[in-house]
Design a protein around this ligand. Structure first.
Ligand code: C2E
Ligand code: MG
Ligand code: MG
Ligand code: MG
Length: 280
């Protein structure tokens, strides 16, 4: 009997493991070509200020359309890019392209770019960001980098050093997906984030009536307000969630209800292109 159940376990899990390893290898080898083959592009999602109902800026989100694998979501390829350190050249590409795009927007719009914890372990990251800023001519105060609580799980103090250097330039730092990791109040106080993005799971649960989620959101906003940190509700998908974010006192919202991530040219249609006005 024990032999049988042992075999059962064996069969139940080995094909899944193999499939995972297979998929991982396929993604890794395709990802090595992605940059050279021009398979990456960025989309931009508006962030709206609730008080004015105006667009404050856009978050750049990476998209990969692989010749072999088709559309691969960032949640699948970014972890692999980190393990293989392909994240360094890919991350530099993201900053160069996003900054070059944002400099064509009217000056009041800001740009947010995501940084994974693996990128933040690279001591050369700051130099790459500085060069993306200077080559594009984007003013550093228009750039915000977004990082998650995952940076707490590496013992390196490189992320904190990088944030200090970036802040020295005028770049701001946001804490992304807040509430999904292991932040401590000490970490939040020390790291001097300029904004906190409340994870979409809280917004969803709060809308479906979770008293705990509402209490957590209220507490986060109260803490952020007293520290002078702005709050952004992420993943706002419907009118109820939008109103809830507003009622709870979030400063900004982002999500499908406001707008989906869009192409660079759609951004121009939405906000106008100052180069057109200069030409007219
Ligand atoms: P994130 O930074 O938290 O980005 C927000 C994610 O939520 C995006 O997924 C966005 O498309 C999605 N989203 C926006 N509004 C809604 C909504 O109303 N409902 C729902 N359910 N989702 C919404 P995406 O583009 O698939 O990116 C996933 C994650 O991959 C990002 O999470 C970020 O951590 C990472 N990522 C994306 N682009 C980059 C990049 O250029 N560099 C790095 N290092 N990471 C990136
Ligand atoms: Mg983000
Ligand atoms: Mg997020
Ligand atoms: Mg996320």
């Amino acid at each position: 009997k024990s032999k049988e159940s042992g075999r059962g376990v064996h069969y139940a899990y080995e094909p899944a493991m193999l499939q995972k390893a297979e998929e991982r290898r396929a993604i890794e080898s395709a990802l090595r070509q992605a940059l050279e083959n021009g398979e990456l592009h960025l989309v931009y999602q508006p962030v709206v200020t609730l008080a004015s109902k105006e667009i404050a800026g856009f978050e750049a989100l990476l998209r990969w359309t692989s010749a072999e694998l088709g559309e691969v979501p960032p949640e699948k390829f970014i972890p692999i890019a980190e393990e293989t350190r392909l994240i360094d050249p890919i991350g530099e590409w993201v900053f160069r392209n996003a900054c070059a795009e944002a400099v064509t927007w009217p000056e009041n719009y800001r740009l947010a770019v995501n940084l994974s914890s693996g990128q933040l372990r690279n001591p050369r990251l700051c130099t790459a960001i500085v060069s993306a800023l200077s080559q594009s001519g984007l003013a550093p105060h228009r750039l915000e980098v977004e990082t998650t609580e995952a940076i707490l799980s590496n013992d390196s103090d490189q992320p904190i050093k990088t944030f200090e250097q970036l802040r020295g330039l005028g770049v701001t730092v946001a804490l992304d997906d807040f509430g999904t990791g292991y932040s401590t109040l000490g970490f939040i106080g020390r790291t001097r984030f300029s904004s906190i993005k409340i994870d979409k799971s809280f917004i969803r649960n709060a809308e479906s009536g979770s008293k705990t989620s509402i209490a957590v959101i209220r507490a986060v906003i109260a803490m952020a307000d007293s520290l002078g940190i702005a709050t952004i509700a992420e993943g706002v998908e419907n009118d109820q969630q939008f109103k809830l974010a507003e009622r709870l006192g979030c400063a900004q919202v982002q999500g499908y209800f406001v707008d989906r991530p869009m192409s660079a040219s759609e951004v121009h249609t939405l906000i106008g292109d100052p180069r057109d006005e200069a030409a007219a």
